[in-house]
Ligand binder design. Structure first.
Ligand code: AMP
Ligand code: MG
Length: 511
């Protein structure tokens, strides 16, 4: 690998704590602390994503397996962890930070920057009484889902490798006082930047306005080419608008494919609008606006599927508060946030129109979409399979085909509702100005044929824990072409034996 080209620009630009002290603590005034990764002596590489490595400028693996587990690093790689803060479940949580993510630095290909991090390579000053380790289970989940999102066309961080550390890690998966040994693992992940809303919230809370401005200028200059930063008195306003635009695109994509993040705390919101921090996430099987996979979130269901739009708005408001000292104009920020709320529904309708194969959103579609949502919710139909059943010339759609998307027996009344809706859909589609072929093409690139369902991950993890990676590799194949039906065996509803299985429909944050 091209390890000599890894730079440490971030650590040169911003104030840091270079003591190397690993003690968990508050690090006032600084934005990062240098640290040493843990020692691992029986590591095993499971998979290296060569395509991504070449794309970002790191090249082929050669004999650099050690780098992928943060061992024997070359001198130019200066490892560090950053401090950030955040609102967790709606409450201010103060300093959080990279508790088990460690930065290697940046790599450039032409002028495109990619940051590199290990997840699970050891404790940092921000580990908050935890061990800084990750287990194989959660690392497989992060590896596969971030790559699946990328291939689905959703903005996301990516995964470069999956390795085992050879260490045992103790986790109490269900928080039931029943801790067990799990296998330790490390994922190397990449992103143009891992900066989060929480980094800006931290500096704002500490009243470090100069540093807040410096970090904002850095972010705009490096990652927001759409912002004119020269002699632009509105540059921070334009920037906030651009953050809203990117976040909106990401959230609409989540709704398009049926993704539930599970922990949309502001420390898990990327300032670039990338999906980040794959924990108790889930693809949705049966449609349910109230669905959250996160067992920690069950009482309030703050981060349920149907709330993600609202929550992204809440999180953007928290960010607006954080960068307020740069803007000092609450009216304009409120206006942008108001527009976000309205644009969410406009974009959501456009996205649904694409899924249904409509060339435009007609005034009457609002009712049609509401009726669709109510039908899906009441009948709990499989979100992904439902749209695939529509993906044929409208006159050929058959009600019987939809039984592949039922999670329970439907009564006569419910079947009637479904068939009435299909009839309405057929009538509505006649109003299209584009040809049936063009409509089907639109549907085919909008509606996935492969989604990484939780039960598939669950099975792949069970096998991998026994040393068998066959399903992991097969899923890795399948997720590369999510709009093709290359793996019909995965293009099915969740088998009923998994309905109440922990790890399939419900997940804890333990990772
Ligand atoms: P999250 O669940 O992503 O919102 O994480 C909240 C905070 O806990 C972040 O600062 C994480 O880095 C930290 N964290 C989570 N798990 C661990 C772990 N095993 N060791 C150290 N820090 C952790
Ligand atoms: Mg996090």
């Amino acid at each position: 690998m091209n390890l000599k080209s890894i730079t440490n620009n971030f650590t040169k630009l911003f104030p840091g704590d270079f003591s190397g002290n690993l003690m968990q603590r508050q690090t006032p005034d600084v934005l990062f602390s240098t640290i040493e990764p843990a020692d691992f002596d029986r590591t095993e590489l499971i998979y290296f994503n060569e395509e991504l490595s070449i794309e970002i400028g790191l090249g082929k693996l050669d004999n650099d397996e050690n780098f992928l587990v943060a061992q024997n690093l070359p001198n130019n790689v200066k490892t560090y962890a950053t401090a950030y803060a955040g609102h967790q479940f709606g409450n201010w949580a103060g300093q959080l930070g990279d508790g088990r993510a460690i930065y290697a630095g940046e790599i450039f290909r032409e002028d495109h920057q990619t940051e590199i991090q290990w997840k699970g390579a050891g404790a940092t000053p921000y580990s908050r009484h935890a061990d800084g380790r990750a287990v194989l289970r959660s690392s497989i989940r992060e590896y596969l889902m971030s790559e699946a999102m990328f291939h689905l066309g959703v903005p996301t961080t990516r995964a470069l490798s999956l390795s085992k550390t050879g260490e045992d890690v103790i986790r109490d998966i269900q928080y039931s006082g029943n801790p067990q040994k799990e296998q330790g693992a490390v994922v190397v992940r990449t992103a143009e930047s891992f900066l989060r809303f929480g980094h800006f919230e931290l500096l704002s809370a500490r009243k470090q306005t100069d540093l807040l401005k410096q970090l904002s200028d850095y972010t705009i200059e490096k990652f927001y080419p759409e912002i004119n930063s020269e002699n632009n008195p509105n540059q921070y306003i334009d920037w906030f608008q651009a953050i809203c635009n990117r976040t909106l695109k990401m959230i609409i994509d989540w709704y398009r494919i049926g993704f539930v993040h599970g922990v949309m705390n502001t420390d898990n919101m990327s300032i670039l609008g990338l999906t980040i921090d794959y924990g108790p996430y889930s693809m949705m099987d049966g449609y349910d606006l109230e669905f959250t996979p996160n067992t920690t979130d069950l009482p309030g269901k703050r981060y349920a599927f149907g709330k993600q739009g609202q929550i992204s708005h809440w999180n953007l408001a928290a960010l607006a508060n954080a960068i307020f000292p740069l803007i000092n104009n609450s009216e304009i920020l409120e206006k942008i946030l108001d527009d976000y709320g309205k644009r969410f529904w406009t974009e959501h309708d456009k996205m649904l129109a694409d899924k249904f194969g409509f060339d435009e959103v007609l005034p009457e579609d609002e009712r049609f979409f509401t009726e669709w949502q109510q039908l899906m919710q009441d009948l709990n139909l499989d979100h992904t399979l439902f749209f695939q059943n529509l993906e044929k010339p409208a006159s050929e759609i058959k009600i019987d085909d939809f039984s592949n998307s039922f999670y329970r027996d439907l009564n006569e009344n419910e079947l009637k509702r479904l068939s009435n809706f299909i009839e309405k859909y057929q009538e509505r589609k006649l109003k299209n100005k584009i040809s049936e072929t063009a409509a089907l093409e639109l549907m085919s690139k909008t509606n996935p044929k492969f989604i990484l369902r939780n039960y598939l991950l669950f099975e792949a993890i069970q096998e991998a824990e026994k040393g068998n990676y066959e399903l992991f590799f097969k899923l890795k194949e399948a997720l590369q072409d999510p709009y093709e039906n290359r793996f019909p065996e995965f293009n099915q509803k969740r088998p009923s034996k998994y309905d109440n299985q922990t790890g399939c429909s419900q997940l804890s944050c333990s990772s």
